[in-house]
Design a protein around this ligand. Structure first.
Ligand code: NAD
Length: 506
């Protein structure tokens, strides 16, 4: 169905997925999906009604009865087919993603690709969901564990990786034998929906994967629903903390991956060219809208002289629409996000940080209405300044200085967030001290964005994560399953007879 938008034009509606069918919502409340480079309304996405959310959960609960008994091999095989379909549709998926989210086409392919790796891993579930056996833990007695699926699981995802993050969640949950209700970001749900359609095409049975849409009300309904056993959340610290508390109170297992302020230490012995090139990409790529973006550079000792080189490299980056060849930074997700980032830059100036490079109001020919902010750099930044204390989630790099490595590590550990960090150095001893002492989940050595591949699990320390187990990898198999231990003893005929005789003589 097409429906009229705030711009008075027709736009398609984003459907719900319930019981294996794409369903038109009966809601009266709609959000618009807007191309951030042009402001064109691409689609309208519903705020699902309570009845629709209940129907999605009921369909997942019903499907669980048979899905939990489906063989490991049959479950894994669906993901072999699914990965093939994602590869075949890579260009189409990237184009949808760039239109609704803004990042460049190569970056959009990267977003899909990192999710694809999780799908490939889900295909190996046959060797991942294995229990342990203790043979003869007493004479003639064995104990073994079974990792059994939980039931209906749910996922709530952010706007910045609309392909990768949903793929962090439902493939592994479903491969483990659970059924799933996904609530994508209302800001860019279209690529997520396309990925869900491909999952159905790959053979995920009706009701095993369901999708609802919406914002706070939909999320709260998921947190409260008694038939949902576990929730995976990725998004801001404020919303994630709320989800963690509300869903935990309702008795659910919850994992929340949240906000960040990622610091990179640059030691004076680092390979300057290599370090600065890597860090510029990590700070400004995807317009800084990555939870693993480097937003603070800690220059140690003589590395402090490199500020002019950092500024020169950042100046060279091309701000443009994500579909244009050679673009380094696309637009921010919404006009509100652009206004917020510009406001924070203004505040940084007022609070005394030195604005080395001002990216506000860049000219992007042909895309004058886009939400663009160019690379922005502050030096002399200190804790207490809003530009440092808040997660900017835009192309703004704060430079701070430290006299030595101890001071730099202490500085990082004093920040409330612990998502990602990196060190650039030629010293093995410095790198080792950093790895040992820094209290951050993802640590890179001469690598700026150390996101673990699918064989490991994403993690986070302190304010960046709530819940013990991370998404994907080995940890998520434990998150999406309940461990049961079975202790058993079997008697042979002679032992049976002897026992029966003993009992009858008594
Ligand atoms: P967000 O918290 O605004 O939204 C995340 C999800 O919560 C969305 O599905 C949204 O619809 C829902 N939501 C929004 N407001 C809500 C409310 N009041 N109550 C209940 N639900 C609500 O996050 P975002 O802006 O989409 O994404 C950016 C944030 O996500 C950044 O903070 C970034 O660091 C973080 N992030 C973290 C990781 C990680 O792995 N640690 C990865 C990606 C993004």
């Amino acid at each position: 169905m097409d429906a009229s938008t705030s711009q008075g034009v027709l736009a398609p509606t984003v459907k719900l997925l319930i019981g294996g069918k794409l369903v038109e919502s009966k809601t009266t409340q709609w959000h618009e999906v807007i191309n951030p480079a042009t402001q064109q309304v691409l689609a309208r996405v519903p705020e699902s009604t309570p009845e629709e959310i209940a129907a999605a959960v009921a369909s997942a609960k019903e499907a669980f009865k048979t899905w939990r008994k489906t063989s490991l091999m049959a479950r894994g095989r669906i993901f072999l087919k699914y990965q093939e379909l994602i590869r075949a549709h890579m260009k189409e998926l990237a184009a949808i993603l760039t239109a609704e989210q803004g990042k460049t086409l190569p970056d959009a392919e990267g977003d899909v690709f990192r999710g694809l790796e999780i799908v490939e891993h889900a295909a190996s579930i046959g060797t991942l969901q294995l229990g342990e056996v203790g043979n003869n833990i007493a004479t003639g007695v064995d104990t073994f564990t079974m990792l059994q699926p939980l039931g209906v699981c749910a996922g709530i995802t952010p706007f910045n990786f609309p392909a990768m993050i949903p793929l962090w969640m439902f493939p592994m949950a479903i491969a483990c034998g659970n059924t799933f209700v996904l609530k994508p970001s209302q800001q860019d749900p279209m690529v997520t929906m396309r990925l869900c359609e491909l999952a159905i095409e790959a053979g995920v049975p009706a009701g095993v994967l369901n999708v609802v849409h919406g914002t706070a009300d939909a999320v709260n309904a998921i947190c409260d629903h008694p038939d949902i056993k576990a929730i995976s959340f990725v998004g801001s610290t404020k919303v994630g903390t709320h989800v963690y508390h509300r869903a935990s109170l309702a008795g659910k297992r919850v994992q929340c991956m949240m906000g960040a302020k990622n610091h990179a230490i640059v030691m004076p012995d680092a390979n300057k060219e290599q370090a600065l090139n890597a860090l510029i990409g990590a700070s400004f790529g995807a317009a800084g809208q990555r939870c693993m973006a480097i937003s603070v550079m800690v220059l140690v000792g003589d590395a402090q002289k490199w500020i002019p080189d950092i500024v020169a490299k950042a100046k060279d980056l091309k701000v443009n629409v994500g579909t244009a060849d050679g673009t380094d930074l696309g637009p921010l997700i919404t006009c509100a996000a652009r206004d917020r980032v510009e406001g924070l830059i203004e505040q940084g100036v007022k609070e005394g940080a030195k604005l080395e490079l001002d990216g506000r109001n860049p000219t992007v020919k042909g895309y004058e209405k886009g939400n663009f902010v160019g690379p922005t750099i502050f030096s002399g930044v200190k804790p207490g300044m809003t530009i440092y204390d808040q997660e900017v989630f835009g192309p703004v790099l704060c430079i701070v200085q430290a006299d030595n490595l101890d001071e730099a590590i202490e500085f990082i550990n004093a920040n409330p967030n612990g998502n990602g960090t990196a060190i650039f150095t030629r010293s093995g001893a410095a790198a080792r001290q950093f790895k040992e002492d820094v209290d951050v989940g993802q640590v890179g050595v001469n690598l700026p964005v150390p996101v673990p591949v699918s064989l490991f699990s994403f993690t986070g320390s302190r304010g960046s994560k709530l819940g013990d187990l991370g998404p994907y990898g080995k940890q998520v198999v434990l998150f999406y399953t309940q461990t049961k231990t079975v202790t058993e003893r079997w008697f042979d005929e002679a032992e049976h007879h002897a026992m029966n005789t003993t009992i009858s003589l008594k």
